[in-house]
Design a protein around this ligand. Structure first.
Ligand code: FES
Length: 108
């Protein structure tokens, strides 16, 4: 499967989040208990960076730092208003310490 290495697993330690800028596509990568999630970093409601939001590890979601919509990290769907459109999700995984995302989904 085509993939692109975006960094290392050490960039996103357990409980952490990091923004990666990939040729005009900004991703927010989250690590919750060793499970990785990648979302489009820009909120679907307005121009806010989800990687700057507060992560709820129990609910596996992130709250947008601007107006507070909560996005499910697994689906990209908002759970609360004012956002109503999902953000894109990307397959992300580690091989050893290398961090990869699925490449075709970055071409939209
Ligand atoms: S910018 Fe994210 S909820 Fe408004």
């Amino acid at each position: 499967m085509p993939a692109i290495q975006i960094g290392s697993l050490a960039d996103v330690p357990d409980g952490g989040v990091r923004r990666f800028d990939l040729g005009g596509v900004a991703l927010a990568v989250f690590n919750i208990g060793g499970v990785l999630y990648a979302l489009a970093d820009t909120c679907s409601h307005a121009n806010a960076s989800l990687s700057a939001g507060e992560v709820d590890t129990d609910e596996v979601c992130v709250a947008c730092p601007l107006h507070g919509s909560s996005f499910d990290l697994r689906s990209g769907r908002p759970r609360t208003l004012p956002a109503f459109a999902p953000v894109a999700t990307y397959k992300v995984w580690a091989e050893g310490d290398a961090l990869f995302v699925e490449y075709p989904t970055l071409i939209n």
